[in-house]
Design a protein around this ligand. Structure first.
Ligand code: ADP
Ligand code: MG
Length: 344
């Protein structure tokens, strides 16, 4: 961060909004009216509109001790776009609302917005509004994402069918391991401020935590390959929890194979260093922002060329429950949370 510190009070609320939104360049033809009036106006030209919103609270969802504000701005947008992609829709617009204490200067908020705009550019969405407030303590962020989808092409969690293959994009557990690493380094730093953290060789897992991406590429691949997922959601709370959502809402059971779970080498190594089970990290870690979806068996072949997609199991009758088969061939009940990932 630069040395300068401009108090928000010197600009006032409206001056701050003008300052933070002064360089907006509209990217979407559907943006009729953006920032500056009582509301934005969007014309979705006969498409259906998808909306999702999320709140991020300092001390609960992020820790500014190791989260650069620019990354936080980027991530706040990306986690919302991920929800829109998970509906098989294309995000087009966001609103960003912030509340902050007088600990935050204009420069700090501006850095946060640099990250917001970087995400807008990367994903082609327009920032069309928001709200600005002070808070007694800490930083609160609320982002709403709006997207479009051709009529009735959205994909729900409740429409998987028995025999469908369960697929997941990318790899799992890395963000959780990045978080565990940064939390540990923070504790070391608090006790020994003279020690510099050694985070070399850990850039992948830290990047997965601090600068996640939404799987726009997977949605585009599915469309171009003419694969219509039967059910889909994004993985924000850990694979177990999300797979159980699809089971419950689709009235089905599932089988997942431990040896099919995609786990990055760096995640495995870091898990070993912490004496954690990499599989447990993948099942319960969270913040992966990958896509979990089911497809018809007939579509399996079309997936084979895409190395970013792993088939990890299949949907069963509800009477069979939800299970994971371990590498050793044992069968355990899939549980939503906690470290005892293999509770029977
Ligand atoms: P209102 O009094 O109707 O809530 P505001 O003064 O809060 O209006 O907002 C004025 C305009 O600035 C609106 O278009 C609003 O969406 C936008 N805006 C306010 N805060 C932010 C923000 N933090 N980021 C982006 N746009 C914002
Ligand atoms: Mg307002």
């Amino acid at each position: 961060m630069s040395e300068e510190r401009t108090e928000v009070g010197s600009l006032g609320e409206f001056g701050l909004i003008d300052y933070l939104t002064r360089n907006i360049e509209i990217q979407q033809a559907s943006t009729v009216l953006g920032v500056g009036d009582d509301a934005a106006v969007i014309d979705h030209f006969g498409k259906q509109t998808v909306i999702s919103t999320d709140m991020l609270v300092e001390g609960i969802h992020f820790d500014l001790a190791y989260t650069p504000l620019k990354h936080l701005g980027y991530k706040s947008v990306v986690v919302n776009l991920s929800d829109i992609y998970a509906m098989n829709a294309t995000p087009t617009h966001i609103t960003v609302s912030i509340a902050f204490s007088n600990r935050f200067s204009v420069e700090a908020l501006s850095e946060f917005y640099d990250g917001v705009y970087a995400a807008c550019e990367r994903y082609g969405v327009d920032l069309v509004g928001g709200d600005t407030s002070s808070s007694q303590k800490g930083f609160v962020i609320s982002v709403t994402a709006i997207g479009e989808v051709a009529p009735d092409q959205f994909v729900k969690r409740s429409t998987a069918e028995k025999g469908d293959l369960i697929c997941v994009s990318g790899d799992l557990g890395a963000a959780f391991l990045g978080l565990t690493l940064l939390e540990r380094e923070k504790q070391v730093h608090l006790q020994h401020p003279q020690l510099q953290p050694d985070l070399e060789n850990q850039t992948y897992i830290i990047g997965r935590l601090l600068k996640p991406e939404a799987r726009k590429d997977i949605i585009e691949f599915l469309e171009s390959s003419e694969i219509r997922p039967t059910a889909m959601m994004d993985v924000s709370d850990g694979l177990s929890s999300e797979a159980l959502h699809i089971c419950k809402q689709s009235n089905l059971g599932c089988v997942i194979y431990e040896d099919k779970l995609p786990i990055h080498d760096q995640s495995r190594q870091q898990a070993m260093k912490f004496s954690l089970d990499p599989t447990a990290c993948a099942l319960s870690g969270g913040e992966d922002y990958e896509l979990l979806f089911t497809i018809k068996q007939a579509d399996h072949e079309k997936l084979l060329l895409n190395e970013q997609i792993s088939v990890i199991g299949y949907m069963t009758d509800i009477s069979e429950g939800a299970h994971i088969i371990t590498k050793g061939g044992n069968k355990f009940k899939l549980v939503a949370q906690g470290w005892n990932a293999f509770e029977q």
